[in-house]
Design a protein around this ligand. Structure first.
Ligand code: PLP
Ligand code: COI
Length: 341
């Protein structure tokens, strides 16, 4: 199979239309068998649930080319499970786990020419999503749904790749206690758009959101969970019921403990204690592990010892080990790598 002629090493995190996408429709209480489609456009009724009441959830994972030329994905079973949790919370039907994995496999296979080559620094981003497709006007769940998967080749999420970024403590809240912060619903991202545009206008790469109830505890950013490193090398991640349970973060905690022999802790993290950490990073499928060099809290700067030039040493080890597992350079724990072809 011949690869597409793209400048793989200079891709940003942007949509590039690929050849095939997966589509399955839910009607009369059942999903149809699904198929791969060529048309990237969707025609929907003007009153579809997704348009009126934002009934939509999504996922994000990547396909990688390994050193020995295989195409693989990373823990797609966890994306399938999280999408089921997201769907339930928005009163949508679950797309079954085995079918999700099969649909990811089919879609990536059909777009193999778009999977960036090993060593290019790029990957194929896979975006499964589901939305209410039948008309609703009273506030209620739709009766019909569409599940789709699109793929697009991507480079680093943050400009500058592995260079540390500067973020700000946001004045906006992302998620309410007992709300939807723990699921991957489009509505969480819609309400973060004003905050991210504001942050970008002020020169920051992202927002640090605090817990909405007390505004004292660290939650996450708009698209990634936090990891911190203590002076004595312990990896700490914020625990909260209103953040997305990041698959990258869960994997990194395992990697820290089992591969690197580091102590790990998942607990509440207050904004007040953040200056005591030596390293800070953002972790997620898109962000991978992106180092944070500085956090600005209303004019007060929190500068991490790792500085603004390079990833801190622990963050780097985590990054190298995780990407080594994803790219097949380091042996993966059982079940983490799903081989496509
Ligand atoms: N938090 C938010 C708000 C996200 O959008 C994402 C991205 O999916 C993450 C965290 C990281 O999750 P994961 O590691 O599963 O991609
Ligand atoms: C992902 O990492 O997959 C996400 O969905 C985050 C988004 C900001 C691109």
């Amino acid at each position: 199979m011949e690869k597409k002629n793209l400048d793989w090493s200079n891709l940003g995190f942007q949509y590039i239309q690929t050849d095939k996408r997966y589509v399955s429709n839910y009607k009369n209480g059942a999903w149809d068998e699904g198929c791969l489609a060529s048309d990237a456009n969707i025609v929907l009724n003007e009153c579809a649930g997704v348009f009126q009441y934002a009934q939509t959830v999504f996922e994000g994972l990547k396909a990688y080319t390994t050193e020995d030329g295989k195409i693989v994905t990373f823990r797609p079973d966890l994306n399938a499970e999280r999408m089921i949790d997201s769907a339930k919370r928005l009163e949508m039907p679950a797309f079954p786990k085995e079918r999700f994995i099969d649909a990811v496999t089919q879609t990536v296979k059909a777009n193999a020419a778009w999977v960036p080559p090993f060593g290019s620094g790029a990957t194929l981003y896979i975006r499964p999503y589901m939305f209410g497709s039948s008309p609703v006007i009273g506030v209620s769940p739709a009766e019909e749904y569409q599940f789709r998967i699109l793929t697009t080749p991507v480079g680093p999420y943050f400009k500058g790749g592995a260079k540390p970024i500067t973020i700000k403590v946001s004045d906006f809240d992302r998620a309410a206690p007992h709300g939807t912060g723990h699921i991957k619903a489009g509505l969480n991202y819609a309400m973060s758009l004003h905050a991210i545009v504001t942050a970008h206008e002020e020169g920051y790469a992202e927002n640090m959101y605090l817990d909405a109830a007390t505004r004292t505890k660290v939650e996450e950013t708009g698209g990634a969970n936090f990891i911190f490193v203590t002076k004595d090398g312990k990896v700490v991640t914020p625990k909260s019921s209103s953040i997305l349970p990041s698959i990258t973060r869960r994997s990194l905690l395992y990697v820290a403990k089992e591969y690197l022999g580091l102590e790990t802790e998942e607990r509440e993290v207050t904004l007040e204690e953040v200056p005591e950490f030596t390293e800070c990073g953002l972790c997620g499928t898109a962000a991978v592990v992106s180092p944070v060099g500085k956090i600005v809290d209303h004019g007060k700067e929190i500068c991490f010892a790792s500085g603004m030039e390079e990833m801190g040493p622990v963050t780097k080890k985590l990054y190298d080990t995780l990407t080594g597992i994803q790219m097949g350079r380091i042996e993966a724990p059982e079940g983490w790598i799903h081989v496509i072809e």
